[in-house]
Design a protein around this ligand. Structure first.
Ligand code: UDP
Length: 348
């Protein structure tokens, strides 16, 4: 069965491509390369995966692509996903994540494709009222990124009722780490995420900023729930199979169609300082830090309850923080070697 992966040239999407192929699916990547990298798919590990370059809002190209490959299901990762950028440029976020998404999903339904997995976020919850956060926690996003994702969740729920869309929305907590076999890893430009920045500081000897040391947490720094990207994409395969078989009951009210809603997190929280200490063990030396002010919009603590997917789909994360850091470190070292090789090449 052919699955289309939008954003397949990006961090999470490229890991999803590997997982889907290992699970026996054929994959076509659809990506406009605005945030992803074509060379992420250039190695032997991705041989035979076609890359179609286009916007998800391009109805004609989406229609042609799904017909050409006989696509039967879609994993939709393509999105803008930086909170601070969304605050500065909200229109782009709503246009890309919501408006283009609307054109996209309608085109799919018109082409007879109704199996859809959506990459959502813990940012839909906003400031948590309870920890850990379950799926039925109130949704009150505090930035346009979270709002655009939540709005699209409403679109999907409406289309489940009106047009028979069968979808799963997966709300990610902090995704980190890299493919344990080194075939894919995290790459953002600019990088804003804690773990890759800590590891870059480890290799450059420069300091990493700690955003806020006066939070109401035991060591004063923010607590987050980190989940390994390989565990995250494994949950997507389980959700896809659940959609295809209907093995679990819909989470929508009765008569409202078929939709599943799951949090993806490890249910464990680590503070920024704990991440740095754990990273120091993995890299084998100390890492310089600089205490900085709070980053606007950061809640003190975000930890998922992922009981629902564990119980309903039997999902079990395999990798803990040490493996997250070790795989991310291996990837960072590979990245450095490639960069060094490229700059030597240019210098010649
Ligand atoms: N953080 C930090 N320094 C950095 C980047 C992030 O202290 O250079 C903190 C950030 O304030 C948050 C946590 O690390 O509390 C995780 O941030 P990240 O951007 O990785 O993910 P987010 O929680 O925003 O999705």
């Amino acid at each position: 069965m052919w699955v289309m992966v939008t954003g397949g040239a990006g961090y999470i999407g490229s890991h999803a491509v590997l997982a889907l192929r290992e699970a026996g699916f054929d994959v076509v990547v659809y990506d406009n390369l605005s945030r992803g990298f074509a060379d992420a798919l250039a190695s032997e590990d991705f041989r035979g995966v076609p890359l179609v370059r286009g916007d998800v809002g391009d109805r004609q190209l989406v229609g042609e692509t799904v017909r050409r490959f006989g696509v039967q299901a879609v994993m939709h990762f393509a999105a803008l996903a930086q909170v601070a950028e969304s605050v500065a440029e909200p229109v782009g976020y709503f246009r890309n994540n919501l408006v283009q998404g609307l054109d996209f999903v309608e085109t799919l339904l018109d082409a007879g494709i109704n199996t859809f997995i959506f990459s959502s976020t813990a940012a839909v919850y906003g400031e948590p009222q309870t920890i850990p956060i379950p799926e039925d926690h109130p949704t009150c996003p505090t930035n346009p990124y979270g709002m655009s994702k939540l709005s699209f969740e409403y679109v999907l729920a409406s289309l489940a009722r009106a047009r028979g869309l069968r979808y799963a929305t997966l709300r990610y907590f902090n995704v980190a780490g890299a493919d344990p076999q080194g075939r894919a890893g995290e790459r953002h430009d600019p990088e804003t995420h804690l773990i890759p920045l800590v590891l870059r500081a480890a290799s450059s000897g420069k300091a990493v900023d700690i955003f806020g040391t006066d939070y109401p947490t035991p060591d004063g720094t923010c607590i987050r729930d980190y989940i390994h990207v390989t565990d995250l994409v494994a949950a997507h395969i389980l959700a896809l199979r659940a959609l295809l078989t209907g093995a679990v009951a819909s989470h929508l009210p009765s008569g409202a169609g078929y939709g599943l809603k799951y949090n993806l997190g490890s249910q464990k929280g680590y503070s920024v300082r704990e991440i740095i200490t754990a990273a120091e063990k993995v890299v084998g030396h100390s890492i310089k830090v600089r205490e900085a002010g709070r980053r606007p919009g950061d809640p003190a603590v975000l930890v998922a309850s992922s009981e629902r997917i564990r119980q309903e789909l039997g999902w079990q994360p395999r990798f803990g923080l040490d493996e997250i850091l070790a795989t991310a470190w291996a990837w960072e070292q590979k990245r450095q070697t490639v960069n060094k090789g490229q700059s030597e090449e240019h210098g010649r």
